[in-house]
Design a protein around this ligand. Sequence first.
Ligand SMILES: Nc1ncnc2c1ncn2[C@@H]1O[C@H](COP(=O)(O)OP(=O)(O)O)[C@@H](O)[C@H]1O
Ligand SMILES: [Mg+2]
Length: 306
Amino acid sequence: MLNQSKPISVFNFKPGTCLRGKWHQRTYYIKEKLGTGAVGAVYLAKQDNDQWVALKISDKAASITSEINVLKKLAKVQGESPGPSLYEIDDWIDRRGECYPFYTMEYVQGESLDKFLNKRGRQWLGVLFPQLLEELEQLHRVGFILGDLKIENVIVTHRPIRLRFIDVGGVTLIGRSVKEYTEFYDRGYWHCGNRTADPAYDLFALAMMALRCAYPNQFRRTKEPKKYLITKLKQASILKPYDPIFHKALLGQYQNSQEMQQDFKKRTRHLTRKSAVPQDKQEIDWLEIVICISISVVLFFLATFY
Ligand SMILES: Nc1ncnc2c1ncn2[C@@H]1O[C@H](COP(=O)(O)OP(=O)(O)O)[C@@H](O)[C@H]1O
Ligand SMILES: [Mg+2]
């Protein structure tokens, strides 16, 4: 299904609104809206036990149920489970008696990837992308792909600095047709492959996320979509250091996340070594300056006293 990303407008809870769950009778105080997408509205809320949660509510019961099932599966992944943790599932009844399903999950506090990179610099790509690739690897290992990977569905947390995915609406079983996708990030749209879920589908979307950071206004395909995409990558100066990696991901040349992660690590090591050279050079320059000044001072004293 194509995610047109037209935010739904059914819910417009004002800050301070109090929501009570029908089944668990828990109260949630709405602090602010965190965002809306094609499926639902997400609010930052305080539970009656003072815990902050992200509350996702929708009029699309089937989508919410499917997301809940995915989050439950992810919770069973060993180690640090990928995606936000699921807390509670309930329904909310409005004044007219209409029932809306909602769930609460871990509040992932942070900022959008493009804002973060603009502030902190593109070199962070080499740190953040391998982190997300690790989360993707965990997901792929249990037989799923993320599907709708895009800038709106990831957050950079601050302590620790980490790139995490938050929206599991597109999670699809490997081998099935991708459940939800967004044109710009979809390899089918760019004639770079089909829409059958495999790990390379997510890796393509990851490369598109980098291109989206380089071109904030995005761009549309032309008559030769694949060729055009590669040209756009070449022209994106901020992606230069990682160009060969994104190139491979766009062409579907990585079989799994680990391969791409390894390439990132190798590249980052190489870049760190390279950037160490000018630093050494700077130290030598300073040494030269200090020696020159010392010689001048000695010569000055010699000339003055003799
Ligand atoms: N767990 C969360 N923590 C913090 N912000 C979130 C969380 N989940 C969603 N958001 C915010 O809400 C927006 C919409 O949520 P999302 O789950 O992507 O909705 P949709 O499925 O409708 O696209 C996201 O882009 C993000 O800004
Ligand atoms: Mg979303």
